[in-house]
Design a protein around this ligand. Structure first.
Ligand code: GTP
Length: 613
C-alpha cells in the first residue's frame, strides 16, 4: 500500500453519540461480516471489561484497518479509536497524532455536547481535516437542520460539508467512507527514508510481552529488524509486525503511513513510552516531539479489607497497571487500615474504572479512601506537591513555615438546555466558580435552546459529587467536560483557606479519614462525616466522642453512647445455640477490628463510610 491510498483517521464524539456503532458498521460494510466488536476485540481484557459494558464507555483506544474499494482503487483505511471521556483526553490527543483527519460525529437528536467541543478543538489544534457527521437520523426527533446550524455557529463548519447518517441502519455510512478517501489527505513518507516509527499506544500480552501500536512516518519496519528507542536508547529485535484487521494479522512489513502493531521482546510495559520514536540500529533519526505524559489529578488510598491480603492486592494492582500505565502507584501505610497503596488517576471516572476492574478481574475486596487532588504547598525555600491529606500541614499561622497553598484548577464547559442555566450557575457558584460566562449554541431563543456555560473551578470541587449533581439538577440533560487550567493560589489575600480536616475518635485521629477541604465547607463536611461515623461505628463499653477538627479547632461533634459488653446478656439459659452463634459472630468481627486509641472499629465501618460519599 503506497501512501497515497492510505487514510488514517479517527472518530471523535461525545459519549453515546454512536462512535462504536459507526466503527462496527463500517467494518461490516467493508468486510461483509458482522464484527464482534471492533474496538476491544483484540484485547481479551477489554472484552471482559464489565465496567465498559455497564457504563457503555470506551476506556482504552484501539485501531482497526479496513480495505475499501472506490473508483477501481484499493484504499487502506486505518480507523484509530479514541476514548470518549474527559478523563482520557490525553489518550485522545495521542491517538490523533497518528491521524490526518477525523470524523466529528454528533448525535442529531442531542446536538453539540461538551465533549464534542473539546475533541473538536484537540483535532483542530493538530491540524486535522475534520468531517462533520450527524448520526441517528433514523430517529424521529432528529433535528439535522438545527444541529447543522449549531456546527456552523460553534465551529464555522460549512453546512454543505455535513453528512447525515444512521450508524444503526447503515444509511449514509458508505458516503462517510467515500468522504474519508476524498477529503482526508494521505500520510506522507517514503520507503526510501530511514525507518521512523511513532509509538502511540501499547498493551500488554501475557505471552508476547508488550505489543506496541506504531505509525510508520518513514521507511519500512520488518520482522527481524533491530530497532532502537530514541527515548531510552535500548535496542530490540522485532519478532512480529502486523495490522489490526480488526483482529491482529501478522504481515511481513509495515510501510510509511501505515498503522500496525509490533512485538519486540519488551518485557516491561514501562519500556513502551507513548510518543517515542523508533529507528533502525544503524540509521539514527531525529526523534518526533513526544507527548506530555499523563498527569495524575486524583489520588486515593487503596487498602485491603482484610489486612493480610496486602501482598495479593499489591500484586493485582501491579498486574492491572500493565494494561493501564496512566495509574501511578506508591506504597502507603495507615494506622487504621494497615498497608495499602496510594494510587494516582487521571480523573474520578478513571478511578472508578480501575477500582471496578480490581474488584471484577482480581476479586479484590478493598477500601478506597476519599479522593484528593494534588496541592502545592509553598514553603520559604521549596514547593511540595501534597497528594495525601495526612501529609498536608495541619496548622499554620503567620509565623509558621507555610507561605501559601495552591490548588489545581480546571476550565469547565457545561452544555445544557437554557431552562437549566440558572440551576447550573447556582451549582457552579456553590463550588467556588470564577470567570463564569455563557453563550448560546443555537441562534434565536427557542424553548429548548442550548447554552454553553464556561467557568474555572477548583478541581477538588468536581472530584466528589459534582457530576451527579450536574445530572440531577438538569434532569440528565447537562453534559460536562473540563481541561487543566494550572494551579491557582487559594485566596491568599483573605488568608489561607485550605486546611486538613481530621476526624477524632475519643480524641485520637483516624488517619485514613483525613481530608483536605476549603474553609467555606468545613461545617457542612464536618457534620456530614461525623454523622456518618456515628451511624456506622458500633457502640463501645464507654462513651465515645466523634469529632471533626481543623488543627485544634473542633468543627463538628456527635457522641456515641456506651453499651453493655456481653452480647449474650439478653439471652436466657435455654438458647444455647443462639448464644454460641452470637459469640462466634463477635469473634469474626473482632478479627477485622481496628483499634483507634481504645475504640474498636470494624474494618467494614470504613467501607461503609468511604463508599457512601
Ligand atoms: P462511547 O464508546 O461511550 O463513547 O459511546 P459511543 O459513542 O461509541 O456510542 P455507541 O456506538 O455505543 O452508541 C450509543 C447508543 O446509541 C447505543 O445504544 C447505540 O445503539 C445507539 N446508536 C448509535 N447509532 C445510532 C443510530 O444511528 N440510530 C439510533 N437510533 N441509535 C444509534
Amino acid at each position: 500500500f503506497p501512501c497515497e491510498v492510505i487514510r488514517n483517521f479517527s472518530i471523535i464524539a461525545h459519549i453515546d453519540h454512536g462512535k462504536s456503532t459507526l466503527a462496527d458498521r463500517s467494518v461490516q460494510l467493508l468486510t461483509g461480516t458482522i464484527p464482534r466488536k471492533v474496538f476491544g476485540a483484540n484485547q481479551q481484557v477489554l472484552d471482559k471489561l464489565k465496567v465498559e459494558r455497564e457504563r457503555g464507555i470506551t476506556v482504552k483506544a484501539q485501531t482497526a484497518s479496513m480495505i475499501y474499494h472506490s473508483n477501481r482503487k484499493k484504499y487502506l483505511l486505518n480507523l484509530i479509536d479514541t476514548p470518549g471521556h474527559v478523563d482520557f483526553s490525553w489518550e485522545v490527543s495521542r491517538s490523533l497524532a497518528a491521524c490526518q483527519g477525523a470524523l466529528l460525529l454528533v448525535d442529531a437528536t442531542q446536538g453539540v455536547q461538551a465533549q464534542s467541543i473539546s475533541v473538536f478543538h484537540i483535532a483542530k489544534e493538530r491540524g486535522l481535516e475534520i468531517i462533520p457527521v450527524l448520526n441517528k437520523l433514523d430517529m424521529p426527533i432528529a433535528d439535522p437542520s438545527r444541529i447543522t446550524a449549531q456546527l456552523q455557529s460553534m465551529f464555522g463548519i460549512n453546512p454543505a460539508e455535513v453528512l447525515q447518517i444512521s450508524a444503526k441502519t447503515g444509511r449514509g455510512v458508505e458516503a462517510v467512507l467515500q468522504a474519508v478517501v476524498e477529503r482526508i489527505s494521505p500520510p506522507s513518507g517514503s520507503v526510501h527514508e530511514p525507518l521512523k516509527a511513532l509509538l502511540f499506544d501499547s498493551q500488554y500480552d501475557r505471552y508476547r510481552g508488550v505489543i506496541s501500536l506504531v505509525n510508520i512516518k518513514g521507511g519500512v519496519m520488518r520482522k527481524g529488524d533491530r530497532i532502537v528507542s530514541c527515548h531510552t536508547g535500548k535496542k530490540y529485535d522485532v519478532t512480529e509486525v502486523g495490522v489490526m484487521y480488526p483482529e491482529e494479522i501478522p504481515v511481513t512489513h509495515l510501510q510509511p503511513g501505515q498503522v500496525g502493531y509490533i512485538a519486540c521482546n519488551m518485557k516491561e510495559s514501562t519500556e513502551a513510552h507513548v510518543g517515542d520514536t523508533l529507528h533502525q540500529v544503524n540509521a539514527p533519526v531525529d526523534p518526533m516531539p513526544g507527548f506530555q505524559p499523563a498527569k495524575a489529578m486524583v489520588y486515593a488510598g487503596v487498602f485491603p479489607v482484610d489486612t493480610s491480603d496486602f501482598i495479593k492486592l499489591e500484586e493485582s494492582i501491579r498486574r492491572l497497571t500493565l494494561t493501564d500505565r496512566s495509574v501511578t502507584i506508591q506504597r502507603e501505610s495507615s494506622t487504621a487500615l494497615g498497608q495499602g497503596c496510594r494510587l494516582g488517576f487521571l480523573g474520578t471516572l478513571h478511578m472508578d474504572v480501575f477500582r471496578q476492574r480490581l474488584e471484577d478481574e482480581y476479586d479484590a475486596n478493598i477500601i478506597v479512601t476519599a479522593p484528593t487532588v494534588p496541592y502545592k504547598v509553598i514553603y520559604r525555600d521549596q514547593t511540595v506537591i501534597v497528594s495525601n491529606p495526612t501529609d498536608f500541614p495541619d496548622e499554620w499561622g503567620p509565623a509558621s513555615r507555610v507561605h501559601g497553598v495552591q490548588e489545581p484548577m480546571v476550565k469547565a464547559s457545561i452544555v445544557v438546555p437554557e431552562e437549566y442555566l440558572g440551576d447550573m450557575m447556582d451549582l457552579c457558584f456553590s463550588r467556588r466558580a470564577d470567570n463564569l460566562d455563557h453563550r448560546y449554541l443555537d441562534s434565536g431563543t427557542s424553548a429548548s435552546a442550548r447554552v454553553m456555560l464556561t467557568c474555572t473551578l477548583p478541581l477538588s470541587e468536581i472530584v466528589t459529587d459534582f457530576f451527579d449533581q450536574l445530572k440531577s439538577r438538569s434532569s440528565g440533560y447537562a453534559s460536562f467536560d473540563y481541561e487543566d487550567a494550572g494551579y491557582k493560589a487559594s485566596d491568599l489575600l483573605l488568608g489561607l483557606r485550605i486546611f486538613q480536616m481530621t476526624f477524632l475518635l475519643n480524641g485520637k485521629p483516624v488517619d485514613a479519614l483525613a481530608l483536605v477541604i476549603h474553609r467555606s465547607v468545613e461545617h457542612k463536611i464536618g457534620r456530614t462525616w461525623v454523622r456518618k461515623l456515628h451511624k456506622v461505628i458500633p457502640r463501645q463499653l464507654f462513651e465515645v466522642p466523634i469529632q471533626a477538627a481543623i488543627g485544634k479547632r473542633i468543627v463538628a461533634r456527635e457522641t456515641l453512647a456506651a453499651m453493655r459488653a456481653d452480647v449474650t446478656a439478653g439471652l436466657y439459659g435455654g438458647h444455647y445455640e443462639r448464644k454460641l452463634k452470637h459469640l462466634e459472630n463477635q469473634k469474626e468481627s473482632k478479627r477485622r477490628m481496628k483499634k483507634i486509641g481504645n475504640v474498636d472499629l470494624p474494618q467494614d465501618a470504613f467501607f461503609d463510610i468511604l463508599s457512601t460519599r
